[in-house]
Ligand binder design. Sequence first.
Ligand code: KIV
Ligand code: NA
Length: 276
Amino acid sequence: MKKTTVDFKQMKENHKPIVMVTAYDAPAASLSEAAGVDTILVGDSLGMVVLGYDSTVPVSMEDMIHHTKAVKRGARSTFIVTDMPFMSYHVSKMDTMINARRIIQESGADAVKLEGNGEVFDYTAALVKAGVPVVSHLGLTPQTVGVSGGYKVKGKTAEEQKQLVEDAGRAEKAGACMLVLECVPEEAAKRIQETVTIPVIGIGAGRFTDGQVLVYHDIVGYYGGHKPKFVKQYTDIQAPVQKAIEEYANEVRSHKFPQEGHVFSPLEKTEGLYGG
Ligand code: KIV
Ligand code: NA
């Protein structure tokens, strides 16, 4: 059965780790659901991992809606969180509400995720009041990389840690149902985990958060880009995939594929070839 925000809160209370996977399409979502993950994030890391951009900044509302629809079709019984993309929740409260409505209603996401603090918490409160579950994202916030000048660990200084703890409290007060914490020292993440009653999902945030999130492509080794320290790759599918394509190419070139078993005769019933 699909979990709810209440289930996630209970999991925190019962010290049951929450498993989140970032996925962007139906097959990855379907495999994640079959593997029994608790929740799927349609992250805007989409931009780098499958769309070939070099940051999350170019990702659009249309991209997020398109991919959330695909994930939804692949995993109908899993709680789906969708990232609100760059600048889709900063122009005004009204613009934020309209964009969140689109993500929830048009794509079928169960919650939206918003990076950052300050005014974002006011918008979070407005969304929650309107009935939209919101996940907050603090620590390293990739959408602001242009301003911060790089992907850096946040909360290294006492001052930054204090700010993080305060912001986590504000996220909770605004009504966020979960908090994603990216790239913060383990001690800071632990303090935050202890301070708030909402589940804290970590990525590069150490061992003491209420759950973890990793990107599907990082778990299975299907992404040739930068591999940060916090990633654990459980298998490597790049090499066998490339090998399979090379074999296919060789067989086409040497007339080994297709063979008799792959071809149609005039008497063949050709309807419903794709699962009809
Ligand atoms: O976009 C994403 O995949 C994310 C996670 C890394 C938290 O935001
Ligand atoms: Na993201």
